[in-house]
Design a binder for this molecule. Structure first.
Ligand code: 3H9
Length: 701
């Protein structure tokens, strides 16, 4: 097998080892063996004076094959990166595309590293709950020093080649588009006779810079975002080990830690999330090869909070966008808000001032529908009112060029009814962004019953182009994301009726790993949004479970941060939530009026009531065939609701704590205690009885 995955050839006095393992040249079984064989063969070939390690199809090596973690791996007589380092003939890593994880570690085993200027390198293992286990934690600090190595290994970021060159990670870069193999062979000839061969294991100076303060500062820096996680801390320790230990001892330490980390729930969850994200791109009911509509420009209807944010997404991706508002006044206000958002980024240092101007200039305010007629895609982003939306889609149908993508940012309304306002429902789909639209990564793509495969696939592709994580769903009230989240939103308020406090609930969820508690998030988004949604649902469903405490709070003018009071109290100019007496009073009154006795509600009950209620709803959505698979639920929760990635997502987490059987049994007991709202879904019952885990659950199965 290694012959197929790794090819050997000779150009003059240079032996070339080519890794050819599509799609990304991962180090699947056979590849490490092939590289090791190549080093041995060329070291034994007299005419070869230097060696080049390169990847086929414009990609170097994307790292270890992630599918094989947690499984038995073949034991080699020697690791290929160590063999590369020990080679008596100098080896040049020739990098195009990406050299990530085990791929860049292979390059660190080489004596020289050259790359095309559009390549990316890095050690992203921490994002999979691992540490670089192919020598990266020991070689990178020796090459570029512990401070820079810490930054790269603990963040896992992909570094563009020019920056990597500046950091000392690469010896030379060639312009994008160059013939990399020819350049690398030329380079190899130029260094073939240089001695001593520069082996990273012999570089001793940089690691002397690793002071205890450096590592302590890094631990402090990551404390909040890395809470509940192990891998980031092991990564720090690994660099510390590199600074204190002989390299062979350090390599052994690193290998042991990799074997430990690959079996943690954290790593399992992060690896699952990696593949779930890619799985979400696969649309079982859209044939492969369905054409994707090109997008060179866009339009957004409405320049409110959502519309402005969506326009920024296009501008940030380099796509010119027109924003339409009926009145000049609304347009000016919206554009001022967009500008203020950009200015905040400039002030924070995350955006350069000239780049802000370039982006802002891509957004063109307009007041007439004729002005947007030739745009490739239009996204309607006005407030949630069916009549208004239908009126807009009638207008769009009249003016937009044939084949234009007609998308609605509705978060709950019936996409089929919206599409019925046009004579081209096949070109209509939902493109649901999450607030703030320019920040949150989820794009929920909603298929109407007449949406064509082309519009769905093109909307998914659009999501990728503008840097989102797209995932598809069918049409129902609230679609997949908000519908599966709705029971969580109700349950958190119902918990108050039984004596819990907003601060208690928020603490449980922050401790679990959310960046903010759900009540604080409600205050940030505005309590008017939930109120309007509840009123609409209560009008439609006589059995709708009302939330009197939430309704009263809203009616008292507590709209959240914008009024200085919501579930919490806020001092002017400060977003820190403080407990509010009024809320305590409302809870007390509600309990007295309904003869509810206060009881201690444990953190475990809070967590499970919020999340299990949503797992149950997600099961109903799967049963109805509205979601393709459980992993799409997880993608929506990770990217739309801030669910901690290292727990995999709502459904994966539920598997980790006992799976369908545990969830079913708990929900059944709450069904007895609380009645109808906790009725377990049939689908959940079937999963529990068949022993299927959530992770493998598919639509309607
Ligand atoms: C590691 O190296 C540990 C070492 O330290 C240990 C010692 C050796 N494995 O993302 P795409 C699949 S840990 C298996 O859509 P792109 C992917 O699932 C690893 N499969 O392409 C998809 O399959 P499908 C450290 C992989 O162009 C297809 O390839 N490395 C792997 O948008 C295309 O992927 C990383 O963390 C893999 N390593 O992005 C890098 N990588 O078509 C992980 C990809 O069936 N990879 N696949 O859905 C990436 O970040 C991106 O894939 C990359 C390309 C940027 C490379």
């Amino acid at each position: 097998m290694s012959q197929d995955l790794v090819r050997l050839s000779i150009s003059g006095a240079v032996g070339i080892i080519t890794v050819d393992n599509p799609p990304v040249n991962a180090l699947s079984p056979g590849v490490p063996e092939g590289i090791l064989n190549g080093v041995q063969v060329f070291n034994a070939t007299d005419d070869v004076k230097a060696i080049v390690l390169i990847g086929a199809n414009g990609k170097f090596i994307a790292g270890a094959d992630i599918r094989f973690f947690g499984k038995e791996r073949a034991k080699l007589p020697m690791r290929p990166q160590d063999a590369l380092e020990q080679s008596n003939k100098p080896v040049v890593a020739a990098i195009s595309g990406f050299a990530l994880g085990g791929g860049y570690e292979m390059a660190l085993g080489c004596h020289y590293r050259v790359a095309l200027s559009n390549a990316r390198v890095g050690l992203p293992e921490v994002t999979l709950g691992l540490l670089p286990g192919g020598g990266g934690t020991q070689r990178l600090p020796r090459l570029i020093g512990p401070a820079k190595a810490l930054d790269l290994i603990v963040s896992g970021r992909h570094v563009p080649a020019p920056e990597a060159y500046g950091l000392g990670m690469l010896n030379k870069i060639f312009p994008a588009g160059s013939d990399l193999q020819a350049e690398a062979v030329h380079y190899a000839n130029s260094i073939a006779d240089l001695r001593p061969i520069p082996r990273i294991r012999n570089m001793k100076d940089e690691v002397k810079k690793g002071t205890p303060e450096l590592f302590e500062a890094k631990r402090k820096e990551i404390a909040r975002r890395a809470r509940n996680q192990e891998a980031p801390y092991v990564c720090i320790e690994a660099v510390e080990v590199a600074c204190k230990t002989q390299i062979d001892d350090g390599l052994k330490w690193e290998g042991d830690k990799l074997r430990y980390l690959e079996n943690t729930d954290e790593s399992r969850a992060l690896r699952y999330a990696f593949f779930a994200e890619r799985e979400a791109q696969k649309l079982p009911d859209v044939p492969k090869g369905t054409p994707i509509k090109p997008i060179t420009n866009a339009a957004v209807i409405g320049c409110g909070t959502m519309g402005g944010g969506i326009a920024m997404c296009f501008a940030d991706a380099g796509i010119p966008v027109k924003v339409l508002e009926a009145s000049q006044e609304a347009l000016d206000k919206g554009m001022a808000k967009v500008r203020a958002n950009y200015e905040t980024s400039v002030k924070r240092g995350s955006l350069a001032a000239d780049e802000m101007e370039r982006r802002f200039a891509r957004i063109e305010p307009v007041t007439e529908y004729d002005a947007i007629a030739q745009q490739d895609v239009v996204i309607e982003a006005v407030f949630e009112n069916m009549d208004v939306k239908k009126e807009i889609f009638t207008k769009l149908d009249a003016v937009m060029k044939p084949g234009a993508m007609l998308l609605s940012n509705t978060s709950a309304l019936d996409i089929d009814e919206i599409a019925s306002a046009t004579k081209r429902p096949q070109d209509v789909a939902g493109a649901h962004f999450f607030s703030p639209a320019n920040v949150m990564k989820l794009l929920e793509v909603v298929k109407g019953k007449e949406s064509s495969g082309e519009i769905v696939a093109s909307t998914m592709a659009l999501g990728k182009i503008i840097g989102k994580a797209p995932a598809a769903t069918g049409n129902c009230d609230g679609f997949l994301a908000n519908r599966s989240r709705a029971p969580f939103n109700s349950e958190m308020v119902i918990l108050l009726e039984e004596g819990a406090t907003p601060q208690q609930v928020d603490k449980v969820m922050v401790d679990f790993g959310y960046p903010m508690g759900p009540f604080a998030v409600g205050d940030l988004a505005g309590l008017d949004i939930g109120y309007a949604g509840r009123a609409r649902r209560a009008a439609a469903d006589p059995n709708y479970r009302t939330l009197p405490i939430a309704d009263k709070l809203y009616e008292m003018g507590h709209y959240g941060q914008k009024t200085g009071a919501g579930w919490f109290k806020y001092e002017p100019g400060d977003r820190t939530p403080h407990p509010h007496d009024v809320v305590d009073q409302l809870i007390k009154e509600h309990m007295e009026a309904n003869n509810i006795e206060s009881r201690e509600i444990t953190d475990d009950e809070i967590l499970k009531r919020l999340l299990f209620s949503s797992v149950n709803e997600a099961c109903k959505i799967l049963e109805e065939g509205i979601a393709y698979r459980a992993s799409d639920v997880d993608i929506m929760w990770l990217y739309g609701f801030g669910f901690p990635r290292y727990r995999g997502g709502l459904m994966f987490w539920a598997d980790l704590i006992g799976g369908p059987q545990e969830v079913y049994s708990q929900i059944s007991s709450w069904h007895q205690r609380y009645g109808e709202r906790w009725r377990p879904s049939e689908y959940l019952r079937k999963l529990a009885e068949s022993g299927t885990i959530f992770k493998d659950a598919k639509a309607g199965s």
